[in-house]
Ligand binder design. Structure first.
Ligand SMILES: CCc1nc(N)nc(N)c1-c1ccc2c(c1)N(CCCOC)[C@H](c1ccccc1)CC2
Length: 334
């Protein structure tokens, strides 16, 4: 993250269109980590040198070694965070983070469950959510950067490529938008104003019919999720409508020969429809396995019920997260 004309850009790696992450450095001398820049959470954590080697997932990732950093400041407060796909426990530390030097309180993870972190191609997570979402009331990285007044705009934009071979696999741009990653203009939707990257969705349509969320519902725009998730009741009907079969818990596949005949699924946000074609919501693993990138996921109140629009949505719609105006902008991704 090196600020130039009031913006700072980080290239992202795209792993199989399902994981997108970029590099940050922590401490002096610099220790490098791959992290997901995650709008669904608001804390920074990386695996810790003091994570027991019994946790295979720690063993197979870069670990922060406090004893090797001259700028490390001890904290030691307990930390635990819950994601839809797994949770992480550890303790707090403080050190210099990133190219834009911010002194940041972050968590050293000492308990990293093998499922799912053994599948993570990244080491840790850098939450890009609002401060209200931050565990232990820690000021998030982006808030610390905003308070340095180095950014042209108090926004950040996310490009996720739709082809794992494409270089770069994506981009996080702090302070503005990158014109080469979108076409047309931005349509904006205001956040629900509860300190989350959440908006009111007006409906989910399959083909010409609005079948779900017909009375309105909540959608989280989540750069940390691979897929689109929705309430199990809606997603199971959606899957039956497109002829998908449930493979594992909440996971669906379709016969690859039928992919061409699949309907358009559209998400109605802020007076605009955001359609996904079968190319956008089918992942082809090899010749004959076509998985649907919608997952059934019931998130209990008060957080849920909520639809989560993840990487496969963002790959189609270049997304601008606007903290100045508490709104999210979408444009056709290039
Ligand atoms: C980024 C943190 C996070 N933040 C939010 N808001 N939601 C969720 N679900 C995650 C999360 C936690 C853990 C893992 C994850 C995602 N993964 C997906 C990366 C998505 O990269 C964009 C990978 C994966 C592989 C196999 C099966 C399930 C998941 C590794 C494990």
């Amino acid at each position: 993250l090196s600020p130039s004309n009031g913006t700072a850009s980080t290239a992202l790696t795209n792993y199989l269109d399902t994981q997108y992450f970029g590099e940050i450095i922590i401490g002096s001398p610099a220790q490098m980590f791959n992290v997901v820049f995650d709008t669904g959470s608001a804390n920074l954590w990386v695996p810790s040198q003091s994570c027991s080697p019994l946790y295979t997932a720690c063993f197979t990732h870069n670990r922060y070694d406090a004893s090797k950093s001259l700028t490390h400041i001890h904290n030691g407060t307990g930390f635990s965070i819950q994601y839809a796909s797994g949770n992480v426990r550890g303790f707090l530390s403080e050190d210099i983070v990133g190219g834009i030097p911010v002194v940041q309180v972050f968590a050293e993870a000492t308990a990293l469950p093998a499922v799912p972190f053994i599948f993570a191609k990244f080491d840790g997570v850098l939450g890009m959510g609002y401060p209200d979402m931050a565990i232990d009331g820690i000021t998030p990285v982006f808030d610390r950067i905003m308070s340095q007044d180095v950014l042209k705009e108090q926004v950040f934009s996310v490009y996720y490529s739709r082809d794992p071979q494409r270089i770069p696999g994506g981009q996080l741009l702090l302070g503005g938008t990158e014109s080469k990653y979108y076409t047309g203009t931005f349509n904006y939707v205001h956040t629900k104003g509860e300190g989350k990257w959440e908006v009111t969705m007006k409906g989910v349509s399959v083909g010409m019919e609005t079948l779900f969320c017909t009375e309105g519902c909540t959608a989280m725009i989540d750069t940390g999720s691979s897929f689109i998730t929705g309430p199990a009741s809606s997603v199971s009907v959606l899957m039956r409508t497109i002829g998908a079969v449930e493979l594992a818990e909440g996971e669906y596949t379709v016969n690859c020969d039928l992919v061409m005949s699949l309907p358009i699924v559209a998400f109605h946000l802020g007076g605009q429809a955001y359609p996904l074609t079968q190319e956008d919501y089918i992942l082809r693993f090899g010749e004959d396995i076509c998985t649907v990138t919608f997952r059934a996921l019931d998130i209990p109140p008060p957080t849920g019920p909520v639809w989560i629009l993840g990487a496969n949505f963002i790959a189609r719609y270049y997304t601008k997260f606007d903290r100045r105006n508490n709104r999210i902008g979408f444009a056709q991704a290039a």
